[in-house]
Ligand binder design. Structure first.
Ligand code: DGY
Length: 328
């Protein structure tokens, strides 16, 4: 009996390719070529499934060309590269990789928060440049982290992980804003108090963004929001580029309207706004929120298990549009 054919769009762990190949006919991009949109569409011809990363846009035009496609398994928890309604309308299942990266990504939020607040990037560049001649009382004096007020915008699983780290590890007062308020039990578990977005911006000493990207969250932090933050505040974005207006942030950092930022995601990445590259008080990392070996393996394996689960057994593990299953 012929096995369903799938495409793996980017290089991933060879062990995961082997796992897929035990159940499916696999075409894998293990040489990690950059494919144009047309090449991607051509590669998808005749494929029942695809293991994608955030780099591939799965939208109506692509789905109309890839008529045999039944499932796309994103190796990411975020799925703003998927047009889920268009997929659902065409009976194409979408899956992502929740849970397996929650703690790793919350760890990176804290790494960036501490590095930005304590001016680690500036200090390290100063030392490496041989500029450390003598001690000064105010040398790289930054903002306190322990006991400070931690604001979180977006309180899903990763936001909750950030809250727990702040409250339990650093004795921080945690406030959050989210589209919907957490249950009283979850608020107690996270030791987090719900506030309006305005209060969050005004009161946070350190503000961490963990909300999903959508047209509604586009530029959720722009010039007006930055203007309401404390001049001593730190901003951390581990969510998605486009949630912050990077041009406005570069200006705010340059003019010291906020003290520092830690950014893992950027508008139009891998391009980074030149203004951000020029200011010293920002820590920049290339979208490595989930990048530990263990977590990236867990993500790849979950994406593979979603493809095998659906195409071989009819049971994906983490579907985003389960209505497709009912309709099938
Ligand atoms: C995610 O899982 O959404 C991350 O941003 C990808 O590394």
């Amino acid at each position: 009996m012929s096995r369903p054919a799938i495409l793996v769009t980017r290089e991933i762990f060879p062990e995961v390719i082997e796992l897929l190949a035990r159940h499916l006919d696999v075409e894998a991009n293990q040489s990690d070529e950059s494919w144009s949109r047309e090449q991607l569409v051509a590669k998808l011809a005749g494929k029942a499934g695809a293991l994608t990363t955030g780099s591939e846009r799965i939208d109506a035009a692509l789905l109309d060309a890839a008529t045999r496609l039944r499932v796309c398994a994103n190796m990411a928890v975020g799925y703003n590269n998927f047009d889920v309604p268009a997929m659902t309308a065409r009976g194409v299942l979408a899956t992502n990789t929740p849970d397996v990266l929650t703690d790793t990504t919350a760890d990176l939020a804290f790494t960036l928060l501490m590095a930005a607040a304590r001016r680690i990037g500036e200090s390290e560049r100063f030392l490496r440049a041989g500029q450390w001649q003598r001690w000064r009382y105010d040398m790289f004096a930054g903002a306190e982290v322990h006991g400070a007020t931690l604001g979180i915008l977006g309180m899903g699983r990763i936001g909750q992980g950030v809250a727990k780290r702040g409250a339990l590890g650093f004795g921080m007062k945690v406030i959050y804003h989210n589209r919907s308020r957490l249950t009283a039990e979850l608020e107690a578990e996270c030791r987090a108090a719900y506030v309006s977005k305005e209060a969050l911006l005004k009161e946070a000493d350190h503000l961490v963004l963990v909300l999903p990207y959508s047209p509604e969250s586009h530029h959720a932090i722009g010039a007006a929001e930055l203007a309401t933050m404390k001049p001593t505040a730190t901003l951390v974005n581990i969510a998605r580029g486009g949630i912050v207006d990077d041009a406005a942030l570069a200006e705010a950092l340059r003019d010291k309207r906020i003290a520092a930022a830690g950014l893992d995601v950027f508008e139009g990445e891998p391009q980074v706004h030149p203004g951000l590259l020029e200011v010293p008080n920002v820590i920049l990392t290339p979208h490595i929120g989930s990048a530990t070996v263990k977590t990236r393996m867990a993500m790849a394996k979950l994406a593979a298990d979603n493809l095998i689960g659906f195409l071989v057994h009819g049971k994906p593990l983490t579907p985003l549009n389960p209505q497709v299953l009912k309709a099938a």
